[in-house]
Design a protein around this ligand. Structure first.
Ligand code: DGT
Ligand code: CA
Ligand code: CA
Ligand code: ZN
Length: 571
């Protein structure tokens, strides 16, 4: 979706206008438009392609802003934005993101101390220079240091996998406290977001003080931020904050609902409660002083007249409306997955043997497993070719003969070359049951060329699925410049699935999944495991699929083997 990109450009235009002391009305209109675009669940490009006049129906978008949206959709840039940026210190925009720093203070810091980025701000604050400015003082200086620390922490959001393992350990630790009756994690982690700001834990039990004391004695704590009667907050040595709240048992469901969020979902739910003459908060739902719900989450939904909405969907992206109209997706679950289709062995860059991977997949209850070692193009992954490849396939045939009720699929992860052809000729691909294709080079082609390249590869009749479709590596590499809508349409046309990579890539992302589903694409959820333990990481791909509103029939590896292979082979 390009909404976020356009929103960011509008936010920056608004910020610069504000810093330049421009008319309040002008910069606010940009800021409001940025907010609206960020929360809009349909792609503005789709609106524009249907009918450009419809852009004017978006809240807060007048003709001037609509023209700029069209300009960005067509050229990727906005002239006004480019002009404003010329000669402007971009670091000043970053300063505005620090809590407590508005345009007036940023201007003062710039003119009096020549502070034009975060690094200079931190240095000046730590050297005590800010306290000496007229109207600032020691207290504002301390606030600024605190806000910078917060900012530094937030800009390093932790990957879902890492936060999950830390939270699960923490929950186990909390259960060792005899006072704890129930303990669960909430927040973005429970909603299955790709990255997590902090971990929110909720507990109930007999002795609140004892629960808090147990929490702050966890052995891996770096700092205790705060500790009160019903809540505490700490920083783990792993660099992530954990917030604990201890609640009454009769309010546990209400608190779990509230602290699972998202904030946008909560606000929407509260509005509905108000419209029914009820009060909804983290303690329960009330009619006057009478509590109607609070002990369980399900009660909360039922009282609002809603079916249970899974945490992954709670982003206020239409799930509440879908709940009322009985259109919630029948979400895919872990038990629906019949096999993994993307794993590596020591034949290329994996760490375990073929036998070890197969044995583990059987233990997970799978019916099949595709071994997809690399093709040779990207030398570093020790890809297979010639006799080495044929021997590898023979080994799979031999092992298959020994197995009952389980099939190893002969597969490969084949590089897409620059011109969209594949790294193995069709005669070799014909030997395989499953062919995943990947861009592993030439990440920076222009959008049109990159999209055409990938679609050409998708059109090869031997291809089963497109691996990590956008190339994004969270916190490390941006997605390649591609048109995901076009790619999803081609995937549908050629019976090629799009991969949800459950490994640390988490590519496709939940938003892209939802977008691709709208185009009629099908998906596979796979682990790209390079080690045995990574086979269980399928749980993260399931969360992304749920968050992207997928159902069982959207996922090809929820099908029995023959049905799945028939889909791939019908071109
Ligand atoms: P994160 O930690 O940035 O990855 O995202 P969350 O969603 O875990 O956010 P967090 O930790 O600040 O707060 C946890 C939940 O608490 C959030 O999802 C919804 C609820 N919450 C927090 N602040 C507010 C608020 O001001 N209003 C409402 N309605 N709910 C809030
Ligand atoms: Ca959180
Ligand atoms: Ca929190
Ligand atoms: Zn791979």
């Amino acid at each position: 979706m390009e909404n976020k990109k356009i929103a960011q450009i509008f936010q920056e235009i608004g910020d610069i206008l504000e810093l330049m002391g421009e008319n309040r009305f002008r910069y606010l209109s940009y800021h409001r438009a940025a907010q609206t675009l960020n929360s809009l669940s349909i792609d503005v490009r789709q609106i524009y392609e249907q009918n450009p006049k419809k852009l004017l129906e978006i809240n807060g978008i007048g003709q001037g802003l609509a023209d700029r949206i069209i300009e960005i959709l067509k050229t990727g840039k906005c002239q006004e934005h480019q002009q404003l940026l010329t000669g402007f210190h971009k670091g000043l925009l970053e300063l505005l993101t620090i809590r407590g720093l508005g345009p007036q203070k940023v201007k003062k810091l710039y003119f009096e101390l020549e502070i034009d980025d975060l690094k200079k701000l931190k240095k000046a604050a730590l050297e005590g220079k800010i306290a000496k400015l007229a109207g600032m003082g020691e207290k504002s200086q301390a606030e600024i240091i605190k806000a910078i620390n917060e900012h530094e922490k937030n800009s390093k959001r932790v990957l879902l996998h890492v936060a999950t393992f830390l939270a699960e350990d923490f929950i186990k630790y909390m259960k060792q406290c005899p006072s704890v009756k129930k303990v669960e994690y909430a927040g973005s982690l429970r909603r299955g977001n790709e990255t997590i700001g902090d971990i929110d834990i909720l507990a109930t039990g007999t002795d609140k003080t004892e629960i808090i004391n147990h929490f702050i004695r966890q052995p891996d704590i770096e700092t205790i931020f705060s500790q009160g009667e019903t809540k505490a907050s700490i920083l783990l040595t792993a660099g992530i904050q954990v917030d604990l709240r201890v609640v009454e048992e009769k309010s546990f469901g209400a608190a779990l609902y509230y602290f699972t969020g998202s904030k946008a979902h909560n606000i929407h739910a509260r509005k509905i409660a108000i419209s029914k003459g009820l009060k909804l908060n983290e303690y329960g739902i009330y009619q006057g002083t009478k509590a109607l719900a609070g002990k369980t989450e399900l009660e909360m939904f039922t009282t609002l007249g809603l079916p249970y909405i899974p945490p992954e969907l709670r982003e206020d992206q239409g799930e509440i409306e879908a709940g009322y109209s009985h259109n919630l997706p029948d979400s895919i679950e872990l038990k629906d997955i019949k096999g993994d289709l993307h794993v590596h062995t020591e034949a290329s860059d994996g760490q375990n043997t073929l036998e070890e991977m197969v044995f583990s997949a059987q233990k997970l209850g799978y019916e099949y497993l595709a071994i997809t070692d690399h093709s040779p193009h990207t030398g570093i992954t020790h890809g297979l070719s010639g006799d080495r490849f044929l021997n590898h396939l023979q080994k799979i045939d031999q092992l298959n003969k020994k197995l009952k009720n389980f099939r190893i699929l002969k597969g490969a992860e084949v590089d897409i070359l620059e011109d969209g052809s594949l790294d193995y000729p069709n005669e070799v691909l014909a030997l395989l049951d499953i062919v995943g294709i990947s861009v592993h080079s030439k990440f920076n082609l222009p959008a049109h060329q990159q999209t055409t390249r990938i679609i050409k590869a998708i059109s090869n009749p031997y291809v089963s699925f497109l691996c990590h479709p956008t190339g994004q590596i969270i916190n490390q590499r941006n997605p390649y410049d591609i048109d995901i809508v076009e790619i999803a349409r081609a995937a549908k046309k050629y019976h090629v699935a799009l991969e949800i990579n459950s490994n640390t890539r988490l590519d496709l992302s939940a938003n892209n999944v939802r977008l691709a589903k709208l185009q009629g694409a099908k998906f596979v959820i796979v682990t790209d495991a390079h080690r045995l333990d990574q086979l269980t990481w399928i749980q993260f791909g399931i969360k992304i699929a749920k968050k992207g509103w997928l159902e069982k029939n959207d996922i090809l590896n929820s099908l029995p083997l023959n049905k799945m292979l028939t889909y791939f082979r019908t071109k």
